[in-house]
Design a protein around this ligand. Sequence first.
Ligand code: ZN
Length: 315
Amino acid sequence: MSFNDSAQLDTSQVQSGGSGGGGGGFPGGMQVGGGIGGLILLVLMLIFGGGKLLGGGDSGSSAGGLPSQQLESGQVAAGGQVDQGEFSQCRTGADANKNDVCLIIATVNSVQDYWGKTLPRYQMNYEPVRTVIYQGQTPSGCGTANSQVGPFYCPLDSKVYVDASFFQELEGKFGADGGQLAKEYVIAHEYGHHIQNQLGILNRAQQDPQGPNSGAVRIELMADCLAGTWVKHATETTDANGTPLLKPITESDITSALSAASAVGDDRIQKKMQGRVTPENWTHGSSEARMNWFMQGYETGDLNQCNTFGVDTVS
Ligand SMILES: [Zn+2]
């Protein structure tokens, strides 16, 4: 979906993660892909999908050699990482239509406005959370993460983490189309995990982490569905002045969202990575299931229709 050119963005809803390593998080920091530590980290994080695909060989060097940054002072070392100062260039919807970092900010604004208006109708209050935009590597409440993980939600610090370069991977490696809703869907999916955290059901993913109808897959498909409900109501979201954040949705927007949902299906990723499909290892659900649950949310616009635990099979 395209943003309304004149909508004003609220950059206070995001923060820069830069590429510092070894900072916050658990003592010693944990590296994804680094054995046991990586396993623990992956269990705690709600990753967007396809961690393996992203870790295919271009990792490791992404953040190496860059000077560490001081998060407290907001200073960011040179080297291509996201700079909090960069956010100041993200003023309007027109900026979000041109620049991916601004698009993340605008999407966060819209998604949070949606949940803030929607949850009270379900007798709940929405607790806003920030998105950390980083490049290369970042400390998080779930340990040190690097870009091979892809976007994720950390329930321990209740923040969404997005590597600013992920959208290029989504298109190039995963094969999603380059449409804006393909990207916005990723952000909305991660905020879906925050809603699940507020609902107290996120641990169901950890209790039953693999398989086509596992708790993990049901949690992921629910997040896709919740993202779909946002899309349905996204044009009703506004900036602080009441100006709509988004232009009306188009058919090609939905095509883009579905291309992203399909691109990150476990079966599609497995076929690409290991040449065969092993449903017993699924953590996010098949391409078809991810598209179906997204559409379930989009068509109904009702989060009660996203109860993936209320059906026998989800995949
Ligand atoms: Zn997820």
